[in-house]
Design a protein around this ligand. Sequence first.
Ligand code: ZN
Length: 277
Amino acid sequence: MKKINLITLLLLLSFSALATLNVSNTAIPGGIVVVDFYTNHANPKAFYSNVPVYLQRKKDTHWQALVGIPLLVKTGGKQLIIKDFSERKIAFNVIPHGYKEQHITLTGKNKKYVNPNLAHMDRITRERPILAVARNTFSTQVFNNSSFIRPVSGVITSPFGFKRFYNGQARRPHTGIDYAGKTGTPIKATAAGKVIISDEFFFNGNAVFIDHGQGLISVYIHMNERLVNPGQIIKQGDVIGTIGQTGRATGPHLHFGIYLNKTVINPNILIKDTPKL
Ligand code: ZN
């Protein structure tokens, strides 16, 4: 009897070890669309715009696809391709969302970040593919995450998705959340994962990228110090660096971003205890 209980307990433990993310469907640009489907296949795959998508098994034959929607997407009808024993399409809809405008003035030495000179352009061109490869990582490694946490406790000074203008010139919308904080404030890993980048870049300054598996990547930018190395496995809440003002930053803060199927999405959708938009 005792032996059976022990086996049952071990089974339960191994089952509970396979945590899944609890994500609410947010079918807007910069959101995550949650697509439920059912299959007997042990290892289904799903694709959105030909890019593999994050999949999780909720229970038995019930699976869920978490689809990152680009900020600059054309809203309307979209399709997810499921590949199991055959191939099928699941339709979903993306609705518009009005993101606000933000105007930023860069002066003095920070002006180089508006119109970088040739030497800087060289460096930017060198760094661009390195960052793209990291953002586009799709690993099959499994990490035990059920929700993400805030990397720092500071107030949000610039939310996700703001349409940005630097000295009046339109630039990409804001691809993350900016948290205020003093230089040297510890930054925590939002979830368990593997460090894929810990390096210094022109725009990003000191940056750390963490792979959470299946195309889910978190990025931490403008750090003062980096305290982790590429290849390192980390737990949720581990300190990975400190807040700083390196790269294109007008003051000390943490820029925190999340990528899903090569698409930047609103981190607040994954973070518990925080407003969703
Ligand atoms: Zn930012």
